[in-house]
Design a protein around this ligand. Structure first.
Ligand code: ADP
Length: 843
């Protein structure tokens, strides 16, 4: 049954309200609150029942047939909502806005929140180590503004991008933006590419004026302001909650950071492993010894945005060095950081009004260590003053009860001594409860029934329970009123018991309400400190990252890089940090990477599995580590600052376009060649192998010549085309290197040592043998190879001997010979000999 095909005039008032609401939220699954359930109807019910494997039922709604319906229990809704969001749905929560018991007519309901992948705030479904971004892409004809924010932390960034569709899509993927708000008239090709990259899109054209101006009031570029306002509008209508924790926008300028696209990020396995797409075995995994979730997120941010300002980089090294020198302070600081909770997200929850008492206790625990952190930061000269917010700490210390429940409607939120009114109510309630326990003793004595019990349940309140055998002891004058008969006992009440019960229950109600309102007052008070808390979070996350750098540098014996402006690389005994960590200790073979200012290209040959890609990645990763302010895995490291890194390593990752591997390979190469500057780094691994040998070789040679003569930037280029090694003779800035392997009795051993010069054997068959191909295949391949090699030699000789030269060619050879004759220094006999040879040549 389709919603738009039914006769709406026949629908029940509630269902009519539902369909009207759904008309306004076509792209959203509406969870419609009915009592203890969230129900879905019509197509939503069918889709969700299928997606979550729920039972599809029906609801009578005035039509002949029942309307398709499925539901989820209200108390377990979070789990289901998470599943729906993970499956790419957008969910709108429609709540009852009045108590059904007291409502007149149909219960008032409305959408209170729209949840989508970019706007989840529930901490169970968020990864605490990652930001969750929602973005807006604003098309201003000559280009785009990309604004993106994390609503849980209030961070917001904006960037102006050129009108290059592929670059924009890659940027969105690289930032891992979970949802994109875009104008309905935006470029169609762009939209289709974003869709094929599986980023959820929402169309929205409205802007939010005059609210949250502190986010953008210092921004002059009106295009950026428009994009921010477009995003804010969407957030304000879907979130329907306060966004005052949003921070001032950070405008990201391309030229302020080392530029690398998503291919480089993936190829170098900076934040996830290429094969598994998991964090494990990435650089982030290796470096992450942060103690706070904020630090972990900041580290990811550092890795994705390496610096290019030498002073900023050195400032980070200085702190890492200080932490290594003063290791006792570093250790204590690490312990302090361990005590700090996710202040950024706590600020978000405080601002949304969703923080509970446990959240405020986390805030308190974090504030408690601030004085100690502050003292240590001063010691290591990390000059970022932090305010320890003693007043806020004191407020929380004296007000919030230490073991509160998750809910705010059960009491147990506020400590004794904080509010007189609350304490009085508690005394009253306690008095009532004390009365009840003494009442039981008194009644036992009065009736002579030893096992008489006073109990409580939600339906009857307090009651007196007497077992069947003792009923005869109850006499009329005792004032017992029969309330309930059970199998082996009877339950009674007395007027006195009920009187006390009223007192206790009304006091308890009052206590719960009062605790709730005191709690929200305290939470609102916390809101006033949000800006300061966000500043503290920033300092803490930065020092946490630098602590992590120090820890890893000490543990794996890294060294402080020396950044120069002389365009030379001198890294001795360097290692690939992740491969080194994964291998057994001592197994990794360190290598030097030396490129003086006159060397731009290292052409690396060597068999498969020898370690060529690892060597190339090693340079990429060491450069990135150096530019994020971390020490590097080497004995000594002198490096320039790179402005961009381009890579073509490993299997090509076709992310959106559906192009062939070779096409993607060439697109990546083309980007590098077009955009690299003399200060860039290019890493090309076996470029050209995706096509026929001669094509690939010619392309590789042409590209190498171009880099050597035109771009002149530092480049590592690995290849199986041994013919290319001849280029060393003609290109002074290219040097041959090879990764050695030794073959003994047909057994190949990799030494992983990078040496000068080239090798002329590929050992392909040996590697295949190592990989376990059957002997029969290996022997056959060796035989075929011999035939090819012999044919190749034969062909060479045939070409050399059989091709006749034409007369012009012969003449030019003769001319060259004549030019070489030194007439004043030859004897007549020599002259006759030369003449005779020349005559032979032009015959
Ligand atoms: P290639 O690119 O030459 O085919 P790789 O760089 O992929 O080779 O290296 C193959 C394997 O050799 C890697 O998985 C790694 O385990 C090992 N390896 C590479 N370099 C080294 C090294 N310097 N020391 C020890 N093992 C290494």
């Amino acid at each position: 049954m389709k919603r738009n095909e039914v006769d709406r005039s026949k629908l029940s008032p509630m269902m009519r309200h539902y369909v009207e609401l759904k008309d306004k939220h076509e792209d959203t699954i509406i969870l419609y609150r009915l009592g203890d359930f969230y129900e879905m109807f019509f197509e939503d019910a069918e889709v969700v029942a299928h997606a979550l494997e729920l039972t599809l039922t029906g609801k009578s709604a005035g039509l002949e047939e029942r309307v398709p319906m499925c539901g989820i229990p209200h108390h377990a809704s979070e789990v289901y909502i998470d599943k729906l969001i993970k499956k790419g749905f957008k969910v709108a929560i429609c709540e009852q806005l009045e108590d059904p018991k007291t409502a007149k007519g149909i219960v008032k309901r409305d959408i209170v929140e729209v949840i989508s992948s970019g706007t989840i705030t529930n901490s169970n479904s968020l990864n605490e180590k990652e930001n969750n971004y929602i973005g807006n892409l604003y098309d201003f004809e000559y280009g785009f503004v990309l604004t993106y924010c994390d609503i849980t932390t209030g961070e917001i960034y904006a960037e102006v991008l050129e009108r290059n569709i592929d670059d924009i899509v890659y940027k969105i993927l690289s930032l891992e933006i979970k949802e994109l708000v875009i104008s309905s008239n935006a470029d169609k090709i762009l939209i289709s590419k974003i869709k094929s990259a599986k980023v959820p899109i929402t169309y929205s054209d409205e802007i939010l004026n005059n609210e949250y101006e502190s986010i953008y009031n210092k921004v002059k570029d009106t295009r950026i302001v428009t994009s921010i306002k477009l995003l804010l509008y969407y957030l304000s209508v879907t979130q329907k909650r306060n966004l005052s924790h949003f921070q001032e926008v950070i405008i990201k300028k391309r030229e302020s950071y080392l530029e690398m696209d998503i291919h480089t990020k993936r190829n170098l396995e900076l934040t996830e492993c290429l094969r598994t797409k998991e964090r494990t075995y990435s650089l982030l995994w290796l470096l992450d010894n942060t103690k706070t979730a904020m630090g972990s997120r900041k580290l990811k941010n550092y890795i994705e945005n390496p610096l290019i300002d030498i002073n900023k980089i050195n400032a980070r090294y200085n702190i890492v060095e200080k932490l290594l020198e003063d290791f006792i302070t570093a250790d204590e600081l690490r312990d302090n950081l361990y005590e700090v909770y996710d202040l950024e997200r706590l600020c978000g929850r405080i601002s949304f009004g969703s923080a509970n008492a446990k959240d405020l206790l986390q805030l308190k625990a974090s504030l408690k260590v601030l004085p100690s952190i502050k003292e240590k930061l001063e010691k290591i000269k990390f000059y970022k003053n932090i305010n320890t917010l003693d007043n806020l700490y004191n407020l929380l210390e004296k007000s919030i009860y230490e073991e509160p429940p998750n809910s705010l409607k059960e009491g147990f939120l506020i400590k004794e001594g904080y509010s007189n009114e609350l304490d009085e109510l508690k005394t009253l309630s306690k008095g009532g409860k004390d009365f009840i326990s003494s009442f039981e003793t008194l009644e036992r004595e009065r009736t002579g029934i030893k096992n008489l019990k006073v109990g409580f349940n939600k339906v009857f309140g307090y009651y007196i329970e007497v077992s069947k055998g003792n009923l005869s002891l109850i006499t009329e004058d005792m004032g017992y009123i029969r309330k309930q008969t059970l199998a082996n006992c009877e339950r009674f009440i007395t007027p006195l018991l009920k009187e006390k019960e009223d007192l206790i229950l009304s006091a308890e109600d009052k206590i719960i309400n009062l605790e709730y309102s005191l709690f929200t007052e305290i939470r609102d008070k916390c809101k006033e400190y949000i800006k300061e808390l966000q500043r503290i979070s920033k300092v803490i996350s930065e020092i946490d990252v630098l602590e992590s750098f120090a820890f890893v540098s000490e543990k794996y014996n890294y060294t402080r890089p020396n950044i120069t402006s002389t365009n030379e690389i001198k890294i001795t005994s360097s290692r690939h940090p992740v491969v080194e960590k994964v291998l057994k200790s001592g197994e990794y073979v360190p290598n030097d990477i030396i490129m003086d200012k006159n060397t731009d290209i290292l052409l690396i040959t060597g068999p498969n599995m020898a370690g060529k890609s690892t060597y190339m990645r090693q340079l990429g990763i060491i450069s990135i580590m150096a530019q994020i302010g971390c020490f590097v895995p080497a004995k000594e490291a002198t490096l320039p600052i790179f402005d961009k890194i381009f890579t073509r390593i490993g299997a090509s990752d076709d992310l959106v376009s559906g192009e062939s591997t070779f096409m993607v390979e060439m697109m990546e190469a083309s980007r590098a060649i077009r955009f690299a500057t003399p200060n860039s780094l290019i890493l090309f691994d076996e470029l050209g192998r995706g096509t026929a040998t001669f094509d690939g070789m010619s392309l590789a040679e042409a590209i190498l010549e171009y880099v050597a003569n035109k771009i002149k930037c530092k480049t590592l280029f690995s290849t199986h085309y041994h013919e290319l090694t001849d280029m060393e003779k003609t290109l002074p800035n290219l040097k041959n290197k090879h990764v050695s392997a030794v073959e003994e009795n047909g057994v190949l051993t990799f030494l992983h040592k990078v040496k000068d010069g080239s090798v002329d054997k590929s050992y392909g068959i040996n590697v295949a043998k190592l990989a376990g191909l059957p002997d029969e295949v290996i022997e056959r391949a060796s035989a075929i190879l011999k035939v090819y090699e012999n044919n190749e030699k034969k062909k060479d000789t045939i070409i050399q001997t059989s091709l006749p030269l034409n007369f012009e060619e012969k003449k030019s050879i003769a001319e060259e010979e004549i030019k070489k004759i030194d007439i004043l220094n030859i004897t007549p006999i020599e002259a006759i000999n030369i003449l005779s040879k020349l005559k032979e040549k032009v015959k």
